[in-house]
Design a protein around this ligand. Structure first.
Ligand SMILES: CC(C)(COP(=O)(O)OP(=O)(O)OC[C@H]1O[C@@H](n2cnc3c(N)ncnc32)[C@H](O)[C@@H]1OP(=O)(O)O)[C@@H](O)C(=O)NCCC(=O)NCCS
Length: 169
């Protein structure tokens, strides 16, 4: 896979602006470590490096100028009509700078390019997803990998995704 830079947002200023792009094998350890930070707080399911490596083409990352993974998110495809946004994580030090929004949008673009018209997520942060245009939906309609009884299910239709993002994905 040729890595594709999806977004370079000049408004994210902290030295060099983070870049949002498809994940590469070199990002695997950083993704797994970032997800583990939040899995320790039961906000995400953990992903081993081996699990991430097997699905690396389904991940997007935001990296700083040194290649450190600041944020990640992934697409999990169950069927041509069923796609989950998963492993949305932003490094604590990088919260509130729009990186969560950017990695979610990048996964949505990836989903659109792969032919999906909606994505769903199981989350303990429904307000974050509401800010990104997601609506609550019936969790019984969607698969869950492991029982997490306190999560809410949210979904978003992908019509109208930014053409530039979709083209780059
Ligand atoms: C949730 C998380 C991904 C947000 O990342 P972030 O980079 O800080 O979010 P952004 O800066 O992109 O914020 C985007 C929007 O969501 C809102 N938002 C972010 N976190 C929020 C929260 N916890 N509650 C309510 N709104 C939130 C922001 O105010 C912003 O809204 P605006 O554009 O209308 O101002 C991050 O806090 C995180 O990694 N949390 C731990 C893991 C987790 O819970 N992941 C999601 C569950 S699947």
């Amino acid at each position: 896979m040729t890595p594709v830079e999806l977004v370079r947002d000049p408004s994210l200023r902290s030295g060099q602006a983070p870049v949002v792009r498809r994940a590469r094998p070199a990002d695997v350890a950083g993704i797994s470590a970032l997800v583990a930070e939040w899995a320790a707080e039961a906000l995400l399911l953990p992903r081993s490096a081996a699990e991430v490596a097997r699905a690396v083409e389904d991940y997007v990352v935001a990296v700083d100028g040194r290649g450190t993974v600041l944020a990640c998110a992934a697409l999990r495809e169950y069927s041509p009509s069923l796609a989950e946004l998963t492993s949305v994580a932003v490094s604590r030090a990088a919260h509130g700078r729009g990186l969560g929004r950017l990695v979610v949008h990048a996964v949505e673009a990836l989903a659109a390019v792969r032919g999906h018209d909606t994505v769903f997520a199981h989350t303990l942060q429904p307000e974050f997803f509401a800010a990104l245009g997601y609506e609550a939906t019936d969790r019984a309609a969607y698969p869950e990998k492991r029982a997490r009884p306190h999560t809410l299910c949210v979904r978003r239709a992908l019509a109208g995704e930014p053409a530039a993002l979709a083209a780059a994905a």
